[in-house]
Structure formats: C-alpha cells, structure tokens
Design a protein around this ligand. Structure first.
Ligand code: SF4
Length: 442
C-alpha cells in the first residue's frame, strides 16, 4: 500500500483500496429516489450534501416508458410508479439545490441522456466522475476517470464527495493503423468484443485504456463509443488520454478551454496487466448477432437475407452528433437513389441530447430522416432497459440498433442485432440488414 490512513497520496497501485474525491456525481431517475430514501433513512431528512453544485440529476431513462410498457404492467400501475420516481427525484433536487436535467416542457422528450450531457456540457480532462449507470465510462473519452457506482455509493458520495474504490489493473488496447472509409468506432468495438481475450473475460473489472494512431483520426464522439462500451467489455472504465482533439471538442461544444497536464496520460514505461493490439485497417463494418454484443460478425459475412421490422438510431452510444452525421450521410445517398423506409419497417431516430437535436436540425439531417420515413423522437433513451422506442413487442420481430447491448429480453422479446449508425440507416432504407446504399437499391 502506498498511503495507508493518509489523505492524499502520490501514487496508487492495482489492489490499493482508497476513497477518491469526485469532481462530478450524477444519477438518473431510476436511482436518485432510491438513493435519497436510503440516505434519509440512514442519516435523517436534513443531512447536508457536499457541494451540491457538483451533483447532477437527469430524467432521461423513463421518459418514453409509455411507448414500451405492456398492458398488464400498466394495469398493475407501474406507469404511475415511474411517475412517482420523477416526482421524488424533482423534490429531492429542489430540496438540495441540485441541477436536474428533466423532461421538456412540451413532454416530447428530455434535455438529454446523462452520458451525452456529461460529455457535452460538464466533464473536463483529468476529472473523476461517478454516475449510477454502467455506461458512465462514456465520459472517459475526454480523459476523465469515469465509472459507475451503485445506489449506496452515490448516497454516501452525495454527503462526503468521495467514493471507495479498489484500484483496478489496466488493459491497454493499442489501435494501430486507422479505420477505413465507412468504418466507425462502433464497428471497431464490436470487433474488439468478438476477440477471444475479451469474450473470455480478460478485461473484466479492468481499466481499459485506448491508445494508438487510430485515435488521432477519431473525434471525441467516436472515442466515446469506445469508452461507453467498456461496459460491454466488462471493464471498470474506459479512457482515452486527452489531446488536441479533446480541446477542439470542448471549444466546439461549450466554447470552453482546458489545460492538459502531463499526469493526464500514462507514463511511457507504465506497466499494463495486458496489451491487446488491433490493426484498425482490417476492421470492416460489423454486426453483433442477437443475444450478446460479443456475437460479432463481419457484415460482409452475413449469409442470407435478414428482413428487419425496427431500426433504432439513438441511445448514449449511438445518438451523438457524429452518429447522426454518419447516418444522415447514408440517408441522403438513399434519398438520391429514390429509396424510402418501407412501410412495414419502423425507423426511430432519437438524439442523445437536445444540443445534438438542434445541431441535426440546423444541418438538415432531421428533415432528411423524416423525408426518408423515419420517426424522429425527442431526446431520451431507455432502449437497453426495455423502456422506450426501438424495443420490440413480439418475439418474431427483428431490430437493428445502434445501442450498446443486445442481451436477451433487455429490449423486448424480439431479436436485436447491433450495428453502427450508418449500417442501421442503410438497413432501415433497405428493410433488411445491409451496408452500403447503391443506385437503385442496396
Ligand atoms: S442505451 Fe439508453 S438505456 Fe441504455 S445505458 Fe445508454 S442511455 Fe441508458
């Protein structure tokens, strides 16, 4: 141990247990009320929270629950239970002066998904971020250490500003070469997930640090797909060291500047528990077959025709500005080729935040999606917890989705294929799983 009983240590090693100071603590409506209840039971209703200005709350996961809730669950009053969560969260935030990114006044969606808004509006390189969701590592794309915590941990962190961690070892993933045209970070991460080392749990509980030349050609949105899906890899978190691209992103999205210090990247001679090398120039558009994100399959190896019923472009993984841009490019090509979404297919487009939606509108992407026959929804999610658009309602339905996971039942009873935003858009237009759109068809 490097600092038993001390406050502030120069370094830590894997296995060290310590409390760490957080820069941001956030929770969504699934967890805020439960954590508030725990806290009030344990410490009384008037316990002060540490620095509420760095605590955030989001209502972003149950906004569209009414889209997917089964009749029998409605009859049991579960929609009202979800509404009570919203009320309880709002009351707790008002009482403690916590910023709540809630639903839009007209009820059409949310201000944004917690992960999207944390990256777009709040986190800075070198910060430590905790959130009550497994995709909290999303913010690692900006060089933060961002990880998910449970209900009790967030309740304690509200009061102390700290969380307890056991320092995990780190797996380094070196991304050599660069991705080819039409290949996205989502394809890369699906390829990674299909690697035997990952499938066998080699990175379980580890920090996953992405390095390598390929990152220099990826913007922060794309990097966030990699760190976000550290959850599917089973990692403690995912991280990309901040660089010039991070500064560009901060200026573009927030007009903010940041300082990148030397300690914010791994030492040249750092020890890694394992190094995985991947040649990005070999990565092709990928799919994950239903049942597990690790069921990777090159799109070019897909045999036969797989008709789809639903295409979903959205979520914390697939609802970013860059995701929408790539999908819109495909849709524009399709429109030029005279394609429209077939009547039997539902194509849902849902931005990760209203910031993204406003940009997509200004760029004309939203109009193009609608012209092609997509249903564009207000920002929010719920797709991977069976609580929103994009989920199936019958076992025979096939969905192609830009979300992060396709475990059985988590997005309804049907079959969910994972893919990049571009592949989702192409498949929506073709009515079957496919990639590139060509003249007169796909
Ligand atoms: S995909 Fe949607 S429901 Fe799942 S973690 Fe991301 S924001 Fe939440």
């Amino acid at each position: 141990m490097t600092g038993v009983g001390r406050c502030g240590v120069n370094c830590v090693r894997p296995g060290d247990g310590l409390f760490v100071r957080t820069d941001w603590r956030f929770s969504h409506e699934y967890v805020t009320p439960m954590a508030a209840r725990f806290l009030e039971r344990a410490a009384g209703p008037d316990i002060p929270l540490k620095d509420p200005s760095t605590i955030l709350a989001f209502r972003d996961h149950l906004t569209f629950l009414h889209h997917s809730m089964k009749a029998e669950h409605r009859e049991r009053g579960l929609l009202e239970v979800a509404d009570r969560l919203e009320t309880a969260q709002a009351e707790f935030c008002a009482k403690h002066g916590i910023v709540l990114h809630g639903t839009l006044e007209d009820g059409t969606g949310s201000e944004g998904i917690c992960h999207s808004l944390m990256a777009e509006r709040y986190v800075l390189p070198g910060q430590l971020v905790v959130g009550t969701d497994s995709h909290t590592p999303h913010a690692g794309a900006l060089g933060c250490l961002a990880f998910g915590v449970g209900t009790t941990d967030i309740a304690c962190a509200w009061v102390t500003g700290e969380v307890r961690v056991t320092v995990p070892p780190t797996v380094r993933i070196r991304l050599r070469g660069r991705l080819g045209p039409g290949v996205a970070a989502k394809d890369l991460v699906l390829q990674l997930l299909s690697q035997p080392f990952i499938r066998e749990g080699g990175a379980l509980g580890f920090v996953i640090e992405y390095q390598g030349e390929a990152l220099a050609h990826m913007d922060t949105d794309e990097r966030a797909t990699l760190t976000n899906m550290a959850a599917e890899i089973g990692g403690f978190t995912g991280i990309v060291a901040a660089d010039r691209e991070t500064l560009r992103f901060l200026r573009e999205r927030r007009g903010a500047d940041a300082v990148i210090e030397a300690w914010m990247r791994s030492d040249e001679d750092a020890d890694f528990a394992h190094t995985l090398d991947l040649d990005c120039s070999d990565v092709e558009p990928m799919l994950a077959r239903p049942g597990d994100p690790g069921n990777g399959l090159r799109l070019s190896a897909l045999e036969g025709t797989v008709p789809i019923d639903i295409a979903y472009l959205g979520s914390c993984t697939g609802g970013k500005r860059e995701d929408l841009r790539r999908a819109a490019e495909v849709v524009r090509a399709g429109l030029r080729a005279g394609l429209r979404v077939p009547a039997r297919v539902r194509f849902f487009v849902q931005c990760g935040s209203e910031d993204v939606r406003r940009h997509a509108e200004a760029e004309g992407w939203i109009a193009d999606f609608e012209r092609a026959g997509a249903t564009v929804l207000g920002s929010s999610c719920g797709a991977c917890i069976n609580a929103g658009p994009g989920v199936s309602d019958r076992p025979g339905q096939v969905t192609i989705s830009a979300i992060n996971r396709n475990f059985p039942g988590r997005s309804g009873p049907g079959q969910v294929w994972l893919a990049s935003p571009a592949t989702v858009a192409a498949s929506a237009l073709a009515g079957r799983i496919c990639g590139a759109i060509g003249p007169g068809g796909s």
